[in-house]
Design a protein around this ligand. Structure first.
Ligand SMILES: NC(=O)c1ccc[n+]([C@@H]2O[C@H](COP(=O)([O-])OP(=O)(O)OC[C@H]3O[C@@H](n4cnc5c(N)ncnc54)[C@H](OP(=O)(O)O)[C@@H]3O)[C@@H](O)[C@H]2O)c1
Length: 264
């Protein structure tokens, strides 16, 4: 599998490194992390045993895989810095939101590029990572999928759906957490202490998601199982719908999608 260099050892970079180090795909010694921040580098070196550097050029020279893990506004500077050094056999993996394969290839035309969109669940090996590449990138796509399988679940999608994947998967973390917060607030109003309400709501959310994930059922099927006719669950569900729950979630997802398509 050869060596890998990660440019950007921030929030997401650290989660990816942790997954790769703890997998049987790479040894810690195969991985080099480049970051401007000495603090980030010290942390990954001490906790994960990977090599670190503040110099991009020297670090990518022997890498088969180069993961771009910087903020969108920082990507162009990184691409400009590496463009005369990268060789055509090096594969670029971009985590960067909103930058297309074509835009990356406009600066580094000879490299195969794979786009990935993980989420912060990666820190707990529960990421949902959507992956896209051009038609000619087949073997490498399979390897990249194996890499990201180490930090959660993966799905190969068409690149045209990458913005939608960002909203549903990456922003989705925030959407579910806001619903979780509302459940906790309801629990407090009924009489629980905040920490008790949080324990109950969080475990219930894990249970609900796991039922759907492991049973492979539609959510409504699992809802039917807890909805007694004329009972308290249907009363609550219908009131939530009268107040626009599903409609507001769908509208929120679409507002986020419209916004992401305007960000550059
Ligand atoms: N976090 C998520 O949930 C998530 C999910 C999916 C995709 N993404 C995407 O993943 C990318 C990284 O996100 P993140 O949250 O990990 O960002 P982050 O925490 O800001 O990490 C980026 C790191 O890269 C460093 N860096 C920037 N330019 C550099 C350069 N030229 N040389 C060396 N190091 C450099 C930054 O240093 P400085 O801070 O000093 O500039 C920072 O430590 C973003 O494009 C984001 O859109 C993130």
């Amino acid at each position: 599998m050869n060596t890998i260099t990660i440019i950007g050892g921030g929030n997401l970079g650290k989660s990816i490194i942790s997954g790769l180090v703890n997998s049987d795909l790479f040894e810690a010694t195969d991985i080099t992390v480049v970051d401007k921040s000495k603090y980030n580098l010290k942390e990954v070196e001490e906790k994960l045993g990977v090599s670190t550097s503040q110099h991009i050029i020297a670090s990518i020279k022997n890498a088969k895989w180069v993961i771009l893990c910087v903020q969108p506004r920082q990507l162009d500077a990184v691409l400009q810095e590496i463009k005369d050094t990268v060789t055509a056999d090096q594969i670029l993996i971009s985590t960067v939101t909103g930058t297309s394969i074509a835009e990356i290839n406009a600066v580094v035309p000879n490299n195969k590029v794979v786009r990935v969109m993980p989420n912060t669940g990666a820190a707990k090996k529960l990421s949902m990572t959507c992956i896209a590449a051009n038609e000619d990138v087949k073997e490498e796509l399979t390897t990249v999928q194996k890499m990201f399988d180490t930090i959660g679940k993966t799905l190969i999608i068409e690149e045209r759906l990458m913005q939608a994947a960002t909203v549903l998967g990456a922003s989705g973390i925030a959407f579910f957490l806001r619903f979780l917060r509302a459940m906790i607030q309801g629990g407090i109003q009924m009489g629980f202490h905040p920490h008790e309400a949080q324990i109950i709501a969080v475990q219930t959310a894990i249970g609900a998601a796991t039922l759907v994930a492991e049973n492979g059922t539609h959510p409504e099927r699992e809802i039917d199982k807890v909805t007694t006719p004329q009972g308290c669950t249907i009363e609550g569900l219908n009131e939530m719908e009268h107040q626009g729950l599903s409609s507001s979630v769908i509208k929120g997802v679409m507002a986020s999608y419209e916004k992401i398509n305007t960000i550059k």
